[in-house]
Design a protein around this ligand. Structure first.
Ligand SMILES: NC(=O)c1ccc[n+]([C@@H]2O[C@H](COP(=O)([O-])OP(=O)(O)OC[C@H]3O[C@@H](n4cnc5c(N)ncnc54)[C@H](O)[C@@H]3O)[C@@H](O)[C@H]2O)c1
Length: 281
């Protein structure tokens, strides 16, 4: 392994780690050598993932937590501090989506999305920063999962505004916490097959393939390399950045299919694969 990407001996946590993108991030950090705590609302999938990480030979525990609750966030991060005695990498991934255009949504829908997607990231980042500052020397990597909805229309105002907020929150925290050697960056996925692929029709998936330059629907595995990069010393001089990982989807405003010369790297049968790449970093 290239040592710049080696996470051996690092202590990490992933919020919303029980499934989907969070699970892929947790397993890829563990594969790169990190011990990884799992934070999630759902105890069943959280405990299962912690067991899976321990099978990889890394330390892991599950901490139940609603990231929108300040008390629960503090309790979960205290649990991580007791488990590892330090924190090097935090992936703030927990997020929710409420279907429907703005004119059909109630204030409660707005609150539900913004409290988890934006306030939850702020609460977690604050608690994580305090723990990272106790590292000797103080340092850490905070990676917030935003979305292409942070800069293109992705369905409704609550979700898009919450994700735009995550990007600018990350820039603001990056500017403030560089003095502690804490990097704060975002990853913005496009439409990932684990959710989008299963909840949409084949016709919609085909349209997405046709207007995405790399030609296939994103897999959770496509987030693994980017998260390991931002967690590792390979990205030590990168902070306040929003790393867009969307196959080029947000580059395109074409109303008809993009032209291809070659088949895409992944064919439709592989798009719904929920198995992250767990080796090779
Ligand atoms: N799937 C996509 O297409 C896509 C695209 C761009 C960005 N994202 C973002 O990526 C992140 C993960 O998305 P996903 O598709 O894997 O979602 P998912 O719904 O498959 O998984 C989300 C996980 O977060 C947990 N969770 C939800 N609310 C929580 C809370 N209040 N506190 C703690 N845990 C909570 C859930 O239990 C679940 O395990 C989200 O922030 C989402 O907005 C997803």
């Amino acid at each position: 392994m290239n040592k710049a990407f080696d996470l051996a001996g690092r202590a990490a946590l992933v919020t919303g780690g029980g499934r989907g993108i969070g699970r892929a991030c947790a397993l890829s950090l563990a594969a790169a050598g990190a011990d990884v705590a799992v934070i999630d609302l759902d105890s069943t999938i959280g405990e299962e993932l912690a067991a899976e990480i321990r099978k990889l030979g890394r330390r892991s525990s599950f901490f139940p937590c609603d990231v929108a609750s300040p008390d629960q966030v503090d309790a979960a991060i205290d649990g991580v501090a007791n488990l590892f005695g330090r924190l090097d990498v935090a992936v703030n991934n927990a997020g929710v989506w409420r279907r429907g255009a703005d004119e059909t949504q109630a204030p409660a829908d707005w609150d539900a999305v913004v409290s988890v997607n934006l306030t939850g990231v702020w609460l977690c980042a604050m608690a994580e920063m305090k723990l990272m500052r106790k590292n000797r020397p103080a340092e850490g990597k905070i990676i917030n999962i935003a979305s292409v909805g942070s800069f293109i229309y992705a369905g409704n105002g609550a979700y898009d505004a919450s994700k735009a907020g995550v990007v600018q929150l990350s820039r603001s925290l990056a500017a403030q916490w560089g003095r502690y050697n804490i990097n704060v960056n975002c990853i913005s996925p496009g439409y990932v097959g684990n959710v989008f692929g299963r909840s949409r029709s084949e016709e919609e998936r085909q349209r997405l393939r046709e207007i995405t330059p790399l030609g296939y629907v994103q897999r959770t595995a496509d987030l693994c390399g980017p998260v390991v990069f931002l967690a590792s010393s390979a990205s030590d001089y990168v902070t306040g950045h929003n790393l867009v990982v969307d196959g080029g989807h947000s580059l395109s405003t074409w109303l008809r299919p993009l032209e291809r010369d070659l088949p895409p790297r992944v064919d439709p049968a592989g798009e719904l694969d929920d198995i992250p790449v767990v080796a090779g970093y």
